[in-house]
Design a protein around this ligand. Structure first.
Ligand code: ZN
Length: 161
């Protein structure tokens, strides 16, 4: 079965930056699953998946515009510390995850004040050219529920809490 819109794809990946340093890998944990055509993963990787099938291995290099975007200068935002709830006070350089109306967002702490945090709202991988080593492990039809939700369910997919 070829990867095309409406298929749920499971894959393992290892991610490298331009310097060849390994940033992330799914090896050793569940394969990641996504719904093809629903922009669940970065555009450059999703495009490279089209037409592949289970068992395929490939390497793709993705420019920032098709990954996490270009890095913006002065993209600093101020967030009230109380938005962190009971979490411990973060330290500069720490990456925080927030849920927003536009989905999950990752920011990097620049400065910690008494009541506010200054964060760099660039995604930590913004501005980077990324290389993925990919192994497609499974391709299947999406269920009606997955299609209506716009994401994959099950191991490596979206979990509803
Ligand atoms: Zn769902």
């Amino acid at each position: 079965m070829n990867i095309e819109n409406g298929k749920v794809v499971s894959f393992h990946y290892t991610l490298f930056n331009e310097q060849g340093e390994q940033l992330e890998s799914s090896q050793g944990s569940d394969a990641m699953s996504y719904l093809h055509g629903a922009s669940n993963i970065i555009a450059g990787l999703e495009n490279a998946m089209a037409g592949r099938r289970a068992g395929d291995k490939f390497t793709v290099t993705v420019q920032p515009a098709e990954a996490y975007g270009e890095r913006k200068d002065n993209h600093i935002q101020r967030i009230p510390i109380k938005r962190l709830g009971n979490n411990p006070r973060p330290k500069p350089g720490q990456v925080l995850n927030f849920q927003t109306n536009q989905g999950p967002v990752q920011v990097t702490v620049v400065k910690v004040g008494k009541f506010n945090l200054d964060v760099d709202a660039n995604h930590p991988l913004a501005g980077q050219t990324l290389t993925f080593n990919v192994e497609v492990t499974a391709v299947r039809e999406a269920t009606e529920e997955e299609t209506s939700h716009g994401h994959a369910h099950g191991a490596g997919g979206h979990h509803h809490g």
